[in-house]
Design a protein around this ligand. Structure first.
Ligand code: ATP
Ligand code: MG
Length: 630
């Protein structure tokens, strides 16, 4: 079942607007019934339970996570014990290539690939490319890149569209068995006759066509004799079923669209619900793991497989996968819907799918996240059966933890204030030793130049210090990291009264940062020598949404009302120690006292651009907040 794409060259894709008759809803690969189910009664998976969030956040989600095993792994172990699948474990990660992968997908990747690895099985990467209109080559590429970056190794890379012929044959089989029919009603008529959760649906006037007539019509649909939206193939199940998914769901619709893989071969395309179970069946998936919204689709998937197997001899029966539903990941301050993320990209609210504010894998990567931190996060949150929202701070902490161990320390001044050391000789440069990473002695030390003119953070100086402020102010002495004690002697202002520079004296006896006379200072601040400083752009990010639940908006507004106007602040002229003048995109550092930063691909030789991946905990900000509350 190796269908590596290399030997299957594909044409570039264009995305024409769907050709639809007026008033016909655009089929989006999701059975209409699903949407109605969701609209009528939002599935619990769409609701956010903040209490559950707390539990999920501490990694103790479900009671059934006994002995460190989540419920999915317990099913796998039980199946292995009973020999249900002959000890075989086959999973898959099945993204639809209609957007970039996000952090929710990372949870699914960790689960599916993790289980395959732990139980000696295989996990396929399968592109669920049944919908011609929305899928793009760009997404396909990004998905594989992101999956591999996360450390997952697909056993096979497969395409749902490679199964179109087989699915078509299955459909003909159902028609012959009297289990499917061609319906001439419009999408709107079908929707209106579907009934509600409390009222049964109405049967289509075309429901009792003979198999022969249906076979002929379906064949002509395939040949392109009918326009988009004029006919569909539906399963003949039960218009009164309490499960709306079983009320004669649409299996095929006509779409005169070329497909990135199958070109113009088809103008009938399978609906997601018809296709999905067969994809798993054809790959002989043992544990088909999906999110909770699909729980009430499972009876339909079962019905489809059973319908194909009806009247077949044992040896001709197709594989019946076992579906297991788990709770999708929700994160505070984070939107995890591809449709909405696409909207942010299209409306240029963000710079692209990999904008560091996006919750996409590529966004996190660009921002400075490591695959290790994302995997550790996924492991920590675990999997369970109830939906919850995890605090985004939990994810951020995993990055801090990882980078704390690995990221070299450097000094950078984001908002520079000029400091002149008046008793330091003009033109002299002193090379001081700085520790690269206190967590990793093997990382060694480096030289950092010191001179008469330096930059410190504006925040590290107050002309009139508030209570408990121990940094620099007139008359106060502080330690410059790895350098000397300095004392502020004067403040220089321009005509408008704004501070332009401050003057200090240094104590040469404190070289390295300690005073031989045992004199203590209460604060150590970072600095960069002005002459040799690298000039950099630094991008500071806040959450993209100002509200913990981005979908929580007053009546009449949409989720975009919750966008955080301060999600990006660009600092054009930060000053960095000279060693950072040339960096490679993706290199990560801890800027002392500020946070972890990653070099952005926009960096040019001599002009680095850094993204703040995550801040350090800022105790002063908390202190200041407390002050305000009093
Ligand atoms: P979206 O709702 O963002 O459009 P999707 O479910 O349509 O996502 P797919 O490409 O179909 O996206 O998803 C591929 C796999 O990833 C599916 O198995 C799906 O269940 C899983 N997945 C998607 N979102 C999440 C999430 N937030 N948490 C966990 N798994 C997810
Ligand atoms: Mg989907």
């Amino acid at each position: 079942m190796k269908t590596e794409r290399a030997e299957n060259p594909r044409r570039p894709i264009r995305i024409p607007p769907p050709k639809m008759a007026d008033g016909v809803a655009s089929p989006d690969g999701t059975a209409e019934a699903t949407k109605q189910n969701l609209e009528a009664q939002p599935h619990p998976s769409k609701k956010i339970d903040m209490n559950a969030a707390k539990q999920a956040g501490n990694g103790q989600g479900a009671e059934d996570q006994r002995e460190g095993l989540d419920f999915v792994r317990r099913i796998v172990e039980e199946d292995n014990r009973t020999g249900k699948w002959g000890g075989r474990v086959a999973t898959r990660f099945p993204p639809e290539p209609n957007g970039y992968l996000h952090i929710g997908h990372a949870k699914s990747i960790a689960l599916n690939f993790g289980i395959a690895e732990e139980y000696g099985g295989e996990c396929n990467l399968r592109y669920d490319d049944t919908n011609p209109a929305k899928e793009e080559e760009e997404y396909v590429k990004s998905i594989e890149e992101d999956v591999r970056w996360l450390g997952a190794r697909p056993a096979n890379i497969l395409w749902a569209s490679d199964y179109f012929d087989t699915m078509y044959e299955y459909a003909q089989d159902l028609i012959r068995k009297g289990l499917a029919y061609v319906d001439d009603q419009t999408a709107e008529q079908i929707r209106q006759s579907r009934g509600t959760l409390t009222a049964p649906g109405r049967e289509s006037p075309f429901r009792n066509r003979t198999p022969a007539e249906n076979l002929d019509l379906f064949d002509r649909m395939r040949k392109g004799e009918f326009p988009d939206g004029s006919k569909v193939l539906r399963a003949k199940i039960d218009m009164a079923s309490p499960n709306l998914n079983l009320r004669d769901p649409v299996m095929y619709r006509i779409l005169h669209e070329s497909h990135h893989n199958t070109g113009d071969k088809w103008c009938v395309y399978p609906m997601y619900d018809w296709a999905h179970g067969f994809e798993d069946s054809l790959e002989k998936i043992t544990h088909s793991i999906c999110t909770l919204e699909f729980e009430n689709h499972r009876p339909l998937y079962d019905w489809f497989i059973d319908a194909v197997n009806l009247n077949r001899a044992e040896r001709d029966r197709i594989w019946h996968p076992q579906q297991i539903e788990f709770a999708r990941l929700n994160l505070t301050y984070t939107m995890l819907s591809k449709r909405k993320l696409l909207q942010l990209v299209n409306e240029k609210t963000v710079s692209g799918w990999d904008d560091p504010r996006m919750p996409t894998i590529s966004g996190f990567r660009r921002k400075g996240y490591t695959p290790e931190s994302i995997r550790a996060f996924a492991k920590h949150i675990g999997v369970n059966k109830f939906n919850s929202t995890v605090d985004v701070g939990v994810l951020e902490n995993f990055l801090r933890e990882d980078l704390n161990k690995r990221a070299p320390r450097r000094m950078a001044v984001l908002r520079p204030l000029k400091v002149v050391i008046t008793n330091y000789p003009e033109g002299q440069v002193d090379q001081l030793d700085a520790i690269n990473n206190p967590e990793d002695p093997a990382a060694g030390t480096r030289k950092v130049p010191f001179g008469r003119v330096l930059y410190i953070e504006q925040d590290d100086f107050r002309e009139t210090p508030p209570p408990k402020y121990f940094r620099l102010f007139p008359g106060n002495e502080v330690r410059l990291r790895y350098a000397y004690y300095v004392k502020c002697t004067a403040v220089v202002k321009d005509a408008s009264g704004a501070i332009t520079e401050i003057h200090c004296t240094y104590d040469p006896a404190t070289r390295g940062g300690d005073s031989p006379d045992g004199r203590k200072v209460k604060s150590t601040i970072h600095w960069v020598a002005a002459d040799s400083a690298a000039d950099a752009e630094v991008r500071l990010y806040e959450h993209l949404f100002a509200k913990a639940d981005p979908d929580d908006v007053p009546e009449g507004q949409d989720w975009r009302a919750n966008l955080n106007p301060k999600s990006l602040e660009v600092i054009s002229h930060a000053k960095l120690e000279p060693g950072l003048r040339e960096v490679m995109a993706g290199e990560k550092f801890q800027f002392e006292r500020l946070g972890y930063f990653a070099a952005d691909p926009d960096s040019k030789p001599g002009r680095p651009v850094f993204n703040r991946a995550v801040s350090l905990k800022d105790t002063w900000a908390k202190e200041a907040q407390k002050g305000q509350q009093k």
